[in-house]
Design a protein around this ligand. Structure first.
Ligand SMILES: Cc1cc2nc3c(=O)[nH]c(=O)nc-3n(C[C@H](O)[C@H](O)[C@H](O)COP(=O)(O)OP(=O)(O)OC[C@H]3O[C@@H](n4cnc5c(N)ncnc54)[C@H](O)[C@@H]3O)c2cc1C
Length: 412
């Protein structure tokens, strides 16, 4: 059970210190400088600030938490109750375990409830705000204010220097620096690959970044399916050993919808994606349908079970025009097998412009899983999407941002 404590209102001296377009010319000494005022950076700053650390957060965007604001269709799917390490992709599948176990979905939910933000569970453990994602950003900024954190938005990071055990960013300096600038997905929101460039400059390895949770594009034979733009159906999408049972959506460029976004994180160029249409049908269902209604054509059977346009395209491809009773069992078995694993060969994805996250990133081998500190550069940390940990669709990526931000916030 959750213990919900009332959160006293902020004192006048604790209103959020947000500076815009700060020039930072006077020397300023902090305990930690956090680059990026997104989900992970704000959580880290709030935790460290409330531990008494003097914290500066710098972001080039005009406002903090812009991806939070557009997330979950404006309602922010802020966590998932089913959060478990196997719902994350990483070169080291064990890396995320420590942080995820020390800051759980229930911890974040307790924070949300302390701020009296109404929420609901949508499906599959996904928690959303009833109102607006803006409440989550306001909550994080309020927590930062309680820790006396300075947030500098609209501020260019410029050169980052490291000497005598201190990091210097403009006129600010600190013994701890946290890379929290996320990944390059959705560049029009101000997303950049800055985290990777900076990490490489400090000698940290970066696992090749790639767009993830992204629509896939179809060409060649498969392009005919693009005529189904707007049609969706419940399917199982498979790629390698990964499988997701959710909706797939045909688009004018290819495939999207939750099942495809999920599988896209596992897909690599040249690999097929197999789609099971009618995944709930028992093996032998077409032969059984033949026995029950031999006068029915396959087209009608499929139209009864799938959106009409999709049923027609599949039926045309299966090339079975006659009644089931006139169709040999082996052809029905072959049709059933094809419907259970319809092979698509995507020729690409819609790229960073449409990717909800970036997979890959700063190599986990470079970091402590407990503190997110770089093993070889004392004081340097990396958190959130910048790190090679990528969650499934459904609130997992924010949970990683909160958990990794919390872990680093305890340390800096
Ligand atoms: C459309 C969309 C919807 C999403 N919905 C959900 C959802 O509902 N649930 C979920 O769990 N996840 C969702 N995500 C993913 C989630 O938003 C990210 O995984 C999460 O925001 C990562 O947090 P972060 O702090 O690491 O990075 P970010 O939140 O991206 O923050 C990085 C910050 O760094 C700043 N920055 C970047 N480069 C620079 C630079 N060069 N100089 C200065 N500042 C810089 C950016 O302005 C940004 O404020 C969604 C993503 C998108 C794009």
């Amino acid at each position: 059970m959750l213990v919900v404590q009332d959160h006293p209102p902020l004192a006048a001296s604790q209103t959020p210190q947000i500076h815009y377009g700060q020039r930072m010319t006077e020397p300023q000494h902090y305990d930690a400088i956090i680059l990026g005022a997104g989900a992970a950076g704000l959580m880290c700053a709030a935790v460290a600030g409330q531990r008494g650390r003097r914290v500066l957060v710098i972001d080039h965007a005009p406002e903090a938490g812009r991806k939070i604001l557009i997330s979950g269709g404006g309602r922010c799917n802020f966590t998932n109750l089913g959060c478990a390490p196997d719902r994350f992709l990483s070169h080291n599948p064990h890396f995320a375990k420590s942080a995820l176990s020390r800051y759980t979905p229930h911890d974040f939910l307790a924070l949300v409830e302390r701020h009296r933000i109404a929420w609901h569970e949508k499906t599959l453990g996904q928690l959303f705000c009833d109102g607006s994602a803006r409440q989550i950003v306001a909550m994080l900024l309020d927590e930062c204010a309680r820790g006396g954190v300075t947030v500098a938005c609209n501020t260019t990071i410029g050169a980052v220097e490291h000497a005598d055990g201190r990091f210097r960013v403009g006129a600010a300096s600190a013994p701890a620096l946290v890379i929290a600038t996320g990944g390059p997905s959705i560049p029009k929101m101000g997303a950049t690959g800055f985290a990777y460039d900076l990490a490489r400059r400090f000698g940290l390895k970066v696992v090749q970044p790639r767009p993830a949770l992204v629509p896939l594009t179809l060409a060649g034979e498969d392009a005919l399916f693009r005529d189904l733009s707007g049609v969706s159906a419940r399917v199982i999408a498979r790629c390698g050993k990964a499988a997701f049972a959710e909706n797939a959506l045909f688009t004018h460029r290819g495939l999207s919808g939750p099942a495809i976004l999920q599988i896209s994180s596992y897909w690599q160029h040249g690999q097929p994606v197999d789609i099971a249409f009618l995944p709930d049908r028992a093996p032998g269902w077409l032969i059984a349908a033949k026995a029950a209604s031999p006068r029915q054509p396959l087209r009608r059977v499929l139209r009864d079970a799938l959106p009409e346009r999709l049923a027609d395209v599949l039926c045309d491809r299966l090339d079975i025009a006659q009644e089931l009773g006139a169709t040999p069992d082996r052809r029905l078995q072959a049709a059933e097998a094809q419907l259970a694993a319809w092979r698509f060969m995507p020729n690409g994805s819609e790229g960073y412009a449409k990717a909800e996250v970036t997979a890959g990133g700063i190599a986990t081998a470079e970091l402590s899983s407990k503190t997110m500190a770089a093993r070889r550069v004392p004081g340097l940390h990396a958190i959130g999407e910048a790190v090679d940990v990528t969650g499934w669709l459904g609130g997992y990526n924010f949970q990683w941002a909160w958990a990794s931000g919390w872990a680093a916030g305890q340390e800096i």
